[in-house]
Design a protein around this ligand. Sequence first.
Ligand SMILES: *Cc1c(COP(=O)(O)O)cnc(C)c1O
Length: 397
Amino acid sequence: MTQRFLPYGRQALDEQDVEAVAEVLRGDWLTTGPAVDAFETAFAAACGAEHAIACSNGTTALHLALAALNVGPGDVCIVPAVTFVATANAARYCGADVVFADVDPETGLMTPDTLEVALEIARLRGPVRAVLPVHLAGQCEDVARLAQLAATADAVLVEDACHAVGTRHAGDPVGSCRHSVSACFSFHPVKTIAAGEGGAVTTNDAVMAERLRRLRSHGIERDPARMQRQAGEPWWHEMVELGWNYRLSDIQAALALSQLKRLEYFTARRRELAARYDAVFEALAPKIQPLARTPDCEPCLHLYPVRIDFAGAGVSRTEVMEGLREVGIGSQVHYIPVPDQPYYLDLYGRQELPGAQHYYERTLSLPLFVGMADEDPLRVADALVAVLDGQGAGPRP
Ligand SMILES: *Cc1c(COP(=O)(O)O)cnc(C)c1O
């Protein structure tokens, strides 16, 4: 019997989403227009932030956030070693250098301790402008403490919250920017809310919000009140700095807004599925361990990574992934430590980051998405145990 293939993640679209996009297509605006405005208002409210600036994807959100801080050549940004490459690349787009912080081997997160070490190294390289904590899998560390430490180097926090829509920390929604200058989000289909491609930056700073909007659209100013020349000519606009076209279209914004309306359900469903996995793995510990959890965090998990001592189990991660695939289960590894990527090796050489190495060697992301059935976590766990026990996960009699 073949079962439906379970990818490690996928979007959850319904007819309302389809209708929302179709409505934009029947209207007058395709590019940035009323749907983007509506999405920004709703997203800021969902995050508890004053402003949300929508943009083309999570990578451009990170680039805009650093550019709006005037991060430039000679500056240093601190990025955890375990993240998607885009977090570090954003600093490089600005010409800044990256110092990689090690991570907790059991959560994959940069911690106050690993940040302190990174700050010492970074201070020797140049002025530290931004620290970018990554809320890996949807969990976060003590952001207040990270912000305090960053402040000792006159640096600010820019959160890479691409995994963490729907997560709360110490009661605050991620994106509220209580301790950071901005938080960056992605609406790539594998993330919790899908826009096709899309991103957003949230902030409570009105000046920064204006700057982000201007940088998102070529650095062009259209508000007469802020122009240098009061021309009174209807076509007049001023390009006051070098920006980009990082806009979100109304087509994408309509989808994002429609998805956002179901964020509460998405969060509840992800929590429910994660709890089902947790319960199964609790019974199996210590062979397969769920991600270690951080205090004060109520995550909306974007991924469900488990920790497995593959070497101890005598089976390679490749064999496990292939064994799972044979029975229709997708899995993935998040992430190869960024400093080990050839581009960063060429730039900075090999670095000793034992926490990142330990985390990387043991992690495997199992399927987690809203459309999974209640019994899927058990099916995945059973298959994983079978593969680890060397029985193959083949169909049982
Ligand atoms: C997805 C992701 C990004 C980039 O988002 P895109 O929308 O794909 O550009 C950045 N950081 C992290 C941690 C991500 O997972």
